[in-house]
Design a protein around this ligand. Structure first.
Ligand code: PMP
Length: 436
């Protein structure tokens, strides 16, 4: 990239959550392969982010390249209104096969946020068709993240999300505290009582409960006991709400099982998938629902599900998603994720002794170091890049979600650099024994 191109970028291109008057630094990338991202000047970075959690097979994957090339020669796109094609049908088949039993109906959306919009519209249309016209609100955990378009934004955490900024514009919904932390932590009776109370107070106005099962991602990398999902499911049944699982971040093996719903052991009414669906090659998402949800929508006033984006079922995206799912299923992904998990635990654990660190936690292929003070992202990132790793913290969370194909040595390096950065800013002496 030329300096002229970089300066155009700084003056004209918005990057995620940045200002064009005071842009944060960006690093020009030339290529990526395996778990390595190569910058324009040849400097190599080991990837700890899987490009915001989607590149589970790493980059420049021969099978995915081939699927895309073959499909390009047949057709890159045709409208899905009135047409269908093999890549969409084959993707649909695979999604029905691998998702929890009963999720048989699929809406192909163009991004994670759009799939959440669709899920919310499905729930509202379902309730209206059942005579519940007053049920147009949603209930959700605090601390969640579901995307940046209007519907999803309205069910993101009301404090750390953008509710204040967009008040008056986004609809208001109902929130209950997030489940207490810890995948294996015992169920907290006081919290269950709080859940029951909130359901009793507002469920009659709600179409559905929406949540990220087991891991709240961008809302704080918070892990919780799947038993709470079973309790929420029972409450939804009791109060006539649908249950939507947003598995955009957790889907396709990230938590050690194919879908986080498997930890809970039941099928939600609606499920959103995205991110790793195409192995990080193209934007594509899916909203799945049960036959019952689809049947009721079919009997609604509109008789149809009222959504239909231009790039719905894009053949290139569907073809690469089919190849990505096949590659995942043919790979030893469980072993890879459990090895990654062990390595993250082993190499991040020493951070728990540092004064700057509040908590270290690992679940599946997700490793999190939570600090007391917010991280200076630009400064930390410069430190990481200089040492050859790509990590992008947010708030007080420094986390790793590498591609599943990352080697043990690469994982060790990612963790080591996190520790070095923490050491560089905090000279605090050890305060506690490891694991205490
Ligand atoms: N839901 C969850 C749980 C997510 O993590 C994200 C993206 N980080 C989204 C929805 C939104 O997806 P997208 O960025 O593709 O719109």
């Amino acid at each position: 990239m030329t300096s002229d191109q970089l300066s155009f970028d700084r003056s004209h291109l918005w990057h995620p959550y940045t200002s064009l008057s005071k842009p944060l630094p960006v690093y020009p990338v030339a290529s990526a392969s395996g778990a390595t991202i190569t910058l324009a000047d040849g400097w190599e970075l080991t990837d700890g982010m899987a490009s915001w959690w989607c590149a589970v097979h790493g980059y420049n994957v021969p099978e995915l390249n081939a699927a895309l090339q073959e499909q390009t020669l047949k057709m890159s796109h045709v409208m899905f209104g009135g047409f269908t094609h093999e890549p969409a049908v084959e993707l649909g088949r695979r999604l029905v096969d691998i998702t929890p039993a009963g999720l048989n109906k699929i809406f192909l959306a163009d991004s994670g946020s759009v799939s959440v919009e669709v899920a919310m519209k499905m729930a509202v249309q379902y309730q209206h068709a059942k005579g519940g016209r007053q049920r147009s609100k949603f209930l959700t955990f605090r601390g969640g993240y579901h995307g940046d378009t209007t519907g999803p934004m309205s069910v993101c955490d009301p404090d750390t999300g953008m509710h204040g900024l967009f008040s008056g514009f986004i609809p208001t919904h109902h929130f209950v505290g997030r489940p207490p932390g810890g995948f294996s932590a015992p169920v907290d009776a006081a919290y269950v009582a709080e859940l029951e109370e909130v359901f009793s107070a507002c469920a009659a106005k709600c179409a559905a409960f929406i949540c990220e099962p087991v891991v709240q991602g961008a809302g704080g990398m918070h892990f919780y006991n799947p038993a709470y999902l079973r309790i929420v499911n029972d409450l939804c049944t009791k109060h006539g709400l649908l249950l939507i699982f947003d598995e955009i971040a957790t889907g396709f093996g990230r938590t050690g099982v194919m879908f986080a719903a498997e930890h809970a052991g039941f099928t939600p009414d609606i499920m959103c998938l995205g991110k790793a669906l195409t192995g990080g090659y193209m934007t594509l998402a899916a909203t799945l629902c049960t036959d019952e949800v689809a049947d009721v929508i079919g009997q609604s006033e509109a008789r149809v599900l009222m959504h239909g984006p231009t790039f719905m079922g894009n053949p290139l995206a569907c073809a690469v998603a089919v190849a990505s799912i096949d590659l995942l299923l043919a790979s030893p992904w469980q072993k890879r994720v459990s090895t990654l998990s062990e390595n993250l635990s082993l190499h991040l654990r020493p951070a728990a002794r540092m004064g700057a660190v509040k908590d270290v936690r690992v679940l599946g292929g997700i490793g999190v170091v939570e600090t007391h003070e917010p991280v200076d992202v630009a400064k930390a990132q410069a430190f990481y890049v200089a040492r050859g790793v790509w990590i992008r913290p947010f708030g007080t969370r420094i986390y790793l979600m590498p591609p599943y194909i990352v080697s043990a040595e690469e994982t060790r390096k990612l963790c080591r650099v996190i520790l070095e950065e923490l050491e560089s800013r905090s000279q605090d002496a050890p305060t506690a024994a490891p694991g205490s």
